[in-house]
Design a protein around this ligand. Structure first.
Ligand SMILES: NC(=O)c1ccc[n+]([C@@H]2O[C@H](COP(=O)([O-])OP(=O)(O)OC[C@H]3O[C@@H](n4cnc5c(N)ncnc54)[C@H](OP(=O)(O)O)[C@@H]3O)[C@@H](O)[C@H]2O)c1
Length: 235
């Protein structure tokens, strides 16, 4: 975990994560989306909706957390490295939520580079080589996000970045398990494709989350909305 550099764009947003109370877990989620609210094309292609500045911010976020978490869907489609390469700092632990053990042993996230690799699953299995397997209870195939946060915190991983995809982040928000949401809008219009957040349906618009939000221009083509979700209840 590295301290945020005060001279970088959105340094305040990064500092909120880096200086969070280390005693309790702190969860930040990030989603890069187009102006029309898509996180990928219909075929799942998402590289890159954001420009260089948005990517730089994501890598800076990785550098200030202890663990980066993605769902099995993102591993299957993107084969991401989940390391810090575009910013100073060490790579956090890499965590994949894979309840059915469908993630194979060949992904880039499994690189033996000194960072811990953890699979969160619902059924005991050997797991990919080099990864710790953490078995948690599931209901209807869903593992409670708060159980995942607690399991990571028990391993000393208290600053947690939920990096995607949309289904994983949505479940964490629905469970009230996200402190801050970093929505990065790239100046891109896709016009079709996979939607961003899909939360539990609302009965009334008055129940919508209305987070206190800070806005940062990251560069010429990316805008960060840093939303405080901890106290963002509807009316
Ligand atoms: N724009 C961005 O910032 C961004 C970031 C990351 C990914 N993406 C894109 O997003 C797409 C993938 O996203 P996605 O929403 O389809 O998938 P995802 O969120 O990556 O993965 C969802 C899957 O992860 C497992 N999972 C996650 N949370 C779980 C929980 N609490 N309990 C049990 N299982 C859980 C489940 O696996 P099972 O299906 O095995 O049950 C679930 O179906 C790709 O196209 C990728 O390119 C975009």
């Amino acid at each position: 975990m590295t301290q945020a550099d005060a001279s970088t764009p959105a340094a305040q947003a990064l500092a909120r994560v880096a200086t969070a109370d280390p005693v309790r877990p702190f969860v930040v989620a990030q989603l890069g989306q187009s102006l029309d609210g898509r996180i990928a094309t219909l075929t799942g292609e998402s590289r890159y909706i954001n420009g260089d500045e948005g990517l730089d911010h994501l890598h800076r976020l990785r550098a200030v957390v202890d663990a980066v978490v993605v769902g099995a869907g993102t591993i299957a489609v993107d084969d991401p490295q989940l390391t810090v390469r575009r910013a100073p700092g060490a790579s956090p632990a890499r965590v994949v939520i894979d309840p059915r053990g469908r993630v194979g042993g060949a992904g880039k996230w499994l690189a033996d580079d000194g960072a811990s690799r953890i699979v969160i699953t619902a059924a005991q299995h050997a797991g990919p080589p080099g990864a710790e397997v953490v078995v948690l209870p599931a209901r209807d195939g869903q593992i409670a996000p708060r159980d995942i946060v607690a399991a990571l915190a028990a391993r000393g991983l208290r600053r947690i970045l939920i990096e995607g995809g949309a289904r994983t982040i949505s479940a964490f928000i629905d469970a009230g398990a996200v402190d801050r949401l970093h929505l990065i809008f790239g100046c891109t219009i896709i016009g079709s494709g996979r939607p961003g957040l899909q939360l539990e349906p609302l009965a009334r618009l008055a129940d919508a989350l209305r987070p206190a939000t800070e806005v940062y221009k990251l560069g010429s083509r990316d805008i960060l909305f840093d939303c405080g979700l901890r106290d963002a209840d509807g009316e």
